[in-house]
Design a binder for this molecule. Structure first.
Ligand code: F6P
Length: 368
């Protein structure tokens, strides 16, 4: 796709950048990568505050330079602020599209045009990239950068933030092992990931889980409990279980705590599994919800590098005028795909794929 007619493509460019949706480690690395690559080309960068909301009155932005972004690659969160609610919500629930009101899009376009911005780099997950897609369809030249700890965006092998979240899960399991073993308990760790089990699967394998429950493989309480009792019979009085927040029993639904604007807030499945295990087996069981620790803190080395490469990739896409595209990472190469191609379908764990097979091969069970 090429630039919409309304885009001003004179050089030097002035470009905008914003971070939208839930924060994650690596956002600042992308910002830094974008700013450095842009300044090298003689372009200016304006950073908008609090996601797309910064485009609306009162408009909030600040110039970003190589000098004033020094050292941010190592920082978690986002120096620009973000929101996963507000007036630009374009996707709800498991993928239902919501149309952004016309007057909101018009106001955003006026801001972009009024500031002489030639391209808007939008860092976001599935929902925020759908917003970028709608803005592009309405004449705003957007470039997407896939961001989420959940790793559930199609057309990219990995998103930054995922590795940092998995690292957090692994470390938590390492710590939980010693206390669980001392008390001969069943220990449950509930992790994030929304409707995808990537964090649970990778963290569970790395941290030595005995059982991993993910949304893609609905579980049976009977099977889980039989396995725990079987393990005790074999001398393993401790069972470590990682449960993804979106996991559900075969005959049940996801466990939710309500939400905003139709977006369901997942959580609570860890405690449900805990209660059922205690009731059915009598084994002492504890649950721990890792929560936002997975999103906080400094990015791992891998996320810093991937974020930086994505930032540079976004600048190259602007240079090529590939608006309406998202940077992607496949086979260690930074490439691009059209945003609709990336957000059309969530990338979930294939139940028959190599990762699940590897887990099963080392004795990890899935409660199925
Ligand atoms: O999408 C990232 C994510 O951390 C999910 O894993 C989790 O379900 C959700 O965001 C939590 O959102 P909030 O910060 O609004 O509680």
């Amino acid at each position: 796709m090429t630039a919409p007619a309304s885009a001003s493509l004179s050089t030097p460019y002035r470009i905008g950048i914003l971070t939208s949706g839930g924060d994650c480690p690596g956002l600042n690395a992308v910002i830094r990568g974008t700013v450095c690559a842009a300044e090298t080309r003689g372009w200016e960068v304006l950073g908008f505050s609090d996601g797309y909301e910064g485009l609306l009155s009162p408009v909030r932005y600040r110039p970003l330079t190589v000098d004033n972004t020094h050292g941010i690659t190592a920082l978690g969160g986002t120096i620009l602020g973000t929101t996963n609610k507000g007036r630009f919500v374009a996707k709800v629930g498991l993928g239902d599209k919501a149309l952004i009101p016309k007057e909101i899009i018009s106001e955003a376009r006026e801001t972009i045009e009024g500031l002489g911005i030639s391209a808007l780099v939008c860092l976001g997950g599935d929902g925020s990239l759908t917003t970028a897609e709608q803005l592009f369809e309405n004449g705003i030249p957007t470039i997407g950068v896939p961001k989420t700890i959940d790793n559930d965006i199609s057309a990219t092998a990995m998103t930054f933030g995922f590795d940092s979240a998995v690292e957090c899960v692994t470390e938590a399991l390492d710590r939980l092992h010693t206390t669980a073993r001392s008390h001969k308990r069943v220990m449950i760790l509930e992790v994030m990931g929304r409707h995808a089990g990537w964090i649970a699967l990778h963290g569970g394998i790395a941290g030595g889980a005995d059982m991993i429950l993910i949304p893609e493989i609905p579980f049976s309480y009977e099977k889980i409990c039989r396995e725990i009792v079987h393990r005790v019979g074999n001398g393993h009085e401790t069972t470590m279980i990682v449960v993804a927040e979106g996991a559900m029993p075969k005959e049940g639904t996801v466990s939710a705590k309500g939400g905003h604007k139709g977006e369901v807030r997942l959580g609570g499945i860890g405690q449900q599994v805990c209660d059922e295990i205690e009731r059915r087996t009598g084994r002492e069981t504890r649950t721990m919800v890792l929560g936002h620790l997975q999103r906080g803190g400094a990015p791992t080395t891998l996320d810093r590098i991937l974020g930086t490469r994505f930032g540079v990739g976004a600048v190259k896409l602007i240079e090529e005028k590939k608006f309406g595209h998202m940077v992607s990472y496949i086979n260690d190469q930074i490439g691009s795909v059209s945003i609709p191609e990336a957000v059309g379908q969530l990338k979930t764990v294939p139940p028959g794929g190599q990762m699940v097979d590897a887990a099963r091969s080392i004795g990890i069970t899935f409660g199925d």
